[in-house]
Design a protein around this ligand. Sequence first.
Ligand code: S3P
Length: 747
Amino acid sequence: MGDVISKQSAKPLVGRLVVVGLGLIGGSFAKGLRESGLCVEVVGVDLNAASRALAVELGVVDRCEADLAVACRGADVIQLAVPILAMEKMLAQLAGMDLGQAILTDVGSAKGNIVRAATQAFGSMPPRFVPGHPIAGSEQSGVEASNARLFERHKVILTPVADTDPGALKVVDAMWRALGAEVEHMQVERHDEVLAATSHLPHLLAFGLVDSLAKRNENLDIFRYAAGGFRDFTRIAGSDPVMWHDIFLANREAVLRTLDTFRTDLDALRDAVDAGDGHQLLGVFTRARVAREHFGKILARRAYVDPMNTNDLIFLANPGGHATGRIRVPGDKSISHRSIMLGSLAEGTTEVEGFLEGEDALATLQAFRDMGVVIEGPHQGRVTIHGVGLHGLKAPPGPIYLGNSGTSMRLLSGLLAAQPFDTTLTGDASLTKRPMNRVANPLREMGAVIETAAEGRPPMMIRGGHALKGMNYTLPMASAQVKSCLLLAGLYAEGKTSVTEPAPTRDHTERMLRGFGYPVTVNGATASVESGHKLTATHIEVPGDISSSAFFLVAASIAEGSDLVLEHVGINPTRTGVIDILRLMGADITLENLREVGGEPVADLHVRAAKLKGIDIPQALVPLAIDEFPVLFVAAAVAEGRTVLRGAEELRVKESDRIQVMADGLQALGVKCETTPDGIIIDGGAIGGGEVHGHGDHRISMAFSVASLRATAPIRIHDCANVATSFPNFLALCKQVGMNVAEEAQS
Ligand code: S3P
């Protein structure tokens, strides 16, 4: 995986490759390509005679030249791997030669400067010059450090300009890929900005800090007391001073911009220390910590990115398990989202317990951090929110990224429509396909100014500073997200905002608003709020998520001999459709230890294996079980007889088209089923083994994991990474109860 193509397997792409400058980067490029067999001949150029001899001896190149013109004669590709400030002279020399159709490329860490130098030397930017920058290196240097695998799984950024020849770009791209690199194309300016911020500024700070401390203490004695923090922060001050001197001179403008921004931020930190402003410090530190953790995850993910650039997390689910014992599933996703939103808008400090540390709820949490709310945690489900009041949010520094989370986007759009600042809401590929006009249109009727991409898809651009007016709105579909969005907008709208729903949907927003002391009236199917009140901080205990419990309710029902207790599960009557449906199918589920926690009913669910039968699912239960259908389809697939679902067209616009995607998967496993525009008909029977796809939809991946309990052979489930959006410890709990589901080992 990711290995350099072996000499035998590759067909030469390039006749003669000339690499000018045989340091670590140039030498590694030459050696890797020579070993790949992609070039007929690899010629090196270096000023240093010893390096030239060593390069041949170590097999880095086929031959070496001291003279540039001699080396470049008949070249097909010329790689310039010389120090960045030597480039100008080098390009001037090359401009005087007849290079024929040779492709030029380079490895410099600042691109604007190189494009300028090339334009000056050649009169205009040569179309066959492809500027490049491998983001790789090591503490070692010189040709003796050449490593054919140096670029494997490292990013290489190519920065073609408008006139760059596509053919030349393709060749350079292919060469880097042959070395196992992940190639990206970027604009010159963007590259220089990004590198100035993520590489050049940290080096400047490390060099600067060490020098500043060292020169104050001539005998360098203080370093005796420096511990890990100093060592980690300053490691890069050990880098090559000449190379870095070159880089700062070459990338001057971009470095200055990022440095000036940083100076402002540093001054703000200084002022906070000076003023004893702990709140400000905590805000910076908590935001920085999550950003750093996020970065850590990106780095960890790189470890299993394969050369095809896929990121397919596969669950292997083996038959023969059962579901027995006592478990506690993570906190309710809907309630977790709302706890952050209302806690942020409240006055005072809200403590949350049982918060779901899944990616969706964390996306909401990060959004409020981006808008200036100081939020501590989550730490083992505990979150402390320093509320800013209904009018205390600040403009975020950029677009708010909400990952896979439709709830975040829909609910946030309501309260952002009423803020004085503009916001843009974006998300991942799945969220970008989901309909947002269901919230944008009624918000517009209230006076909001919102733009979306084509057909009402994200991103959503929400303009600030537009006053909202309350209204009476009848929902065209049973959607708690739309209802909640409008009630949140109603907190800011002039007068009264009333939302009438066609069928009951989850009412966590209404309950929690009241928990924060905000009056909500509910009259039959209509919930109303009026502006002019405030939210007062409170304590929230998030119960276990019945939607996550559903996987284990079905698992224990269908796996012979199972006997499972799910502790502390939220059983809000607007969410318990799954229990009602399973009981109608013959499931043995009892509710024990009923109690109320923070305005939400909670119970322990006791479930034992039972013989299930197919049913016509009552339509009134559909909105009350809307998230549980993927796993209910699995129950139907093993039940005796036919199960029919109607009136569930909403399933087609969830994280995936859950009707189609489940039907495809069930059919792949040999189950007889047929889709209808608003539902599915499933004939229960046996489930076979095979390959199915999660389609990036957490609930699909988990449903097929449960299916394995009754399968006749293993089920491999592709695209399971998004299980982490709602149920990060799903596999651990499967193992605990006796199910055989695990991540497939990466080869
Ligand atoms: C949710 C409402 C439901 C549900 C989603 C969470 C909420 O969506 O599917 O997972 O927290 O309000 P709709 O309102 O689109 O039905």
